[in-house]
Design a protein around this ligand. Structure first.
Ligand SMILES: NC(=O)CC[C@H](N)C(=O)O
Length: 350
């Protein structure tokens, strides 16, 4: 399906384009994905190249953006998001943090591939210290396709980032007219333009450039977070092992031997663990690996000491975070502590 263009890193300083005075300045940080994709024909909705169109071209094609904000663009990466690395996450977070510290910047929009958009959004929600709106957006069809969704999604995201009502709500994801907290949202369907959903529902809607809010996040984020990108030099290796009937444990042992610091066990059902995997997880725990029990089921949550005796084994539960979000919270938390009581507190609070 979507093929990746070669990765490039070219951060240019944000220069505001001329627009009516008095409008908020929103910086669009472009990282690639389908929203910057191009296909061979108007019917190529799923067969195309992601990460082709530069940010200047994206913005120049959308004069409607100028109604909501004074918009400037920076090309941070030009990649398909499945290829994001921890180093690129840190680079992006540092750039967002630097921009939100600029008094002349009121909001940030990040254009991103949809495959790992929920991971980048959650990471920024944990480590960027700000009350200013930071909004991620992607699209499911390239701009060259019939009924392309990127243009309206981008106008919506810039409107959300420009709205004072978006402040203090943490990192947001605006797609398909909905506004989600980056903490909860996940890609729940592929191909469809209604790809993103939050297990606890969206926070609001953006319609014709106006935001409508119905709820706000209660978990700790951004300026209320104990984590800061300023104090994170690198992320420790945290990996995910997926469970299924007849799972052999080979992947767990290989990742353990490769030096992972924490393992996210994407268990079945309520985070259940196959009987032959339990002693292996305990063996890695004895060697210092932090064990986090999560579930491969979207929309539920994992309770401590249900399914497995977490207290006895000194394991953590991932609460309602999906495995890929649990990976990032564990990695960020491990930069500060290895204490399992502290780690469990962090999983309850974020
Ligand atoms: N819809 C998309 O953005 C998917 C394109 C690509 N796989 C990416 O995540 O960047």
């Amino acid at each position: 399906m979507a093929q990746a263009a070669p990765s490039t890193i070219a951060v240019q300083p944000a220069a505001a384009a001329p627009a009516p005075a008095g409008l908020p300045h929103v910086v669009v940080l472009a990282t690639g994905g389908t929203i910057a994709g191009a296909g061979a024909s108007a019917t190529s909705s799923a067969t195309y190249q992601a990460a082709k169109v530069p940010v200047d071209q994206l913005l120049a094609g959308l004069p409607e953006l100028g109604k909501a904000a004074r918009v400037s663009g920076e090309q941070v990466f030009q990649i398909a998001s499945e290829s994001f690395t921890n180093e690129q996450l840190l680079t992006l977070a540092r750039r967002v943090q630097a921009l939100v510290r600029q008094p002349d910047v009121q909001g940030i929009v990040i254009t991103h591939g949809t495959d790992t958009l929920e991971e980048t959004g959650f990471f920024l929600n944990l480590v960027v210290q700000t009350d200013k709106p930071v909004v991620l957006v992607g699209s499911m069809r390239p701009g060259t396709a019939l009924s392309a969704d990127g243009a309206l999604n981008l106008v919506g995201a810039v409107s959300v980032a420009a709205s004072p009502e978006s402040a203090g709500k943490g990192v947001l994801v605006s797609m398909h007219d909905e506004i989600h907290t980056a903490r909860d949202v996940a890609k729940m369907a592929n191909i469809k333009t209604s790809a993103f959903a939050s297990p606890w529902g969206p926070l609001g809607m953006v319609v014709e450039g106006k935001t409508w809010w119905f709820r706000a996040p209660v978990k700790r984020h951004t300026s209320a977070s104990e984590f800061s990108i300023d104090r994170i030099q690198a992320l420790p290796a945290v990996d995910i092992v997926y469970s299924y009937a007849n799972v052999p444990g080979t992947a767990l042992d290989a990742l353990g031997a490769a030096g992972m610091q924490a393992v996210i066990h994407a268990g079945t059902g309520n985070g259940s663990v196959a009987d032959r995997i339990v002693p292996r997880l305990n063996e890695w725990r004895r060697k210092g690996v932090v064990v986090v029990r999560s579930s491969r089921i979207p929309g539920g949550f994992v309770l401590r000491n249900a399914e497995q005796p977490d207290d006895k084994y000194d394991w953590i539960v991932a609460h309602d975070l999906n495995p890929q979000k649990a990976r990032l919270l564990a990695a960020v938390a491990l930069t500060q502590t290895r204490d399992t009581r502290e780690l469990q507190r962090i999983f309850w609070e974020y």
